[in-house]
Design a protein around this ligand. Structure first.
Ligand code: ZN
Length: 230
């Protein structure tokens, strides 16, 4: 059982706004060459970034910010019209060099530790499945983490997030897809970036940001799963 370390708390946090519910969970990769470099940055007051938790590739979990405080992980972002994602979310960083420094699979021990941590978070806070998102989902023009190697479908089987069943769509062009992306929660300022984020999360074998039937049917399945009219 990996240990939970709380001795390396980050100074980078502030108060959540009064009345802000904790109803989002945002997953990241660190995108740095080493775990030590990521930890140093997440605890450096000058960097002004943090997350509630950092999970090393061996499954060791570090609590950096208390859950009732606002950690600074999402940056400029939006989900379902909320632009202060940090105010409402728990942020978890997974050690991985990321696309810039050698993106690689997340080890099973790391994902097992993440699943345990997420189960606890979901028990403590009213976070709906659709609000378990990646950084790329809330910042599709800027971010690609935790990326297409992240095992979203496996986590969904454990009750963490959604894995859609495809549902029929009237047509699958951008005219249908773009408003459907917005209904599900994506910022569609750049609809191709938003579609690429959907694909990275739910259809990782092809991420081109271009509309296609499979992407549209998965999106329809997501909307059906959250009980909205398709
Ligand atoms: Zn991130």
């Amino acid at each position: 059982m990996p240990s939970l370390r709380t001795d390396l708390a980050s100074p980078n946090h502030d108060a959540r706004p009064d009345g802000a519910p904790i109803d989002m969970l945002v997953l990241h990769y660190t995108g740095m060459e080493t775990a030590a470099a990521a930890l140093a940055r997440l605890t450096d007051p000058a960097a002004k970034v943090s997350a509630h938790y950092l999970i090393d590739e061996d499954g060791a979990v570090r609590a950096l910010v208390a859950e009732n405080r606002r950690a600074w992980h999402a940056g400029v972002s939006a989900w379902r019209g909320e632009t202060d994602v940090n105010a409402r979310s728990i942020g978890i960083e997974l050690v991985n060099p990321g696309h810039e420094f050698g993106y690689r699979d997340f080890p099973a021990r790391q994902i097992d530790a993440l699943a345990d941590l997420c189960r606890g978070i979901l028990a403590r806070h009213p976070i709906p499945a659709r609000n378990v998102v990646g950084h790329s989902d809330v910042a599709p023009r800027r971010k690609a983490d935790p990326g297409e190697r992240f095992p979203w479908a496996a986590l969904a089987r454990l009750g963490i997030g959604l894995a859609p069943q495809p549902a029929a769509v009237p047509h699958w062009g951008l005219a249908w897809t773009e408003p459907a992306l917005a209904r599900y929660g994506y910022d569609i300022a750049d609809p191709h970036a938003a579609l690429a984020a959907l694909q990275r999360h739910f259809r990782p074998k092809r991420i081109d940001g271009l509309p296609d039937r499979e992407s549209a049917e998965l999106l329809a399945g997501l909307l059906a799963a959250v009980e909205e009219t398709v």
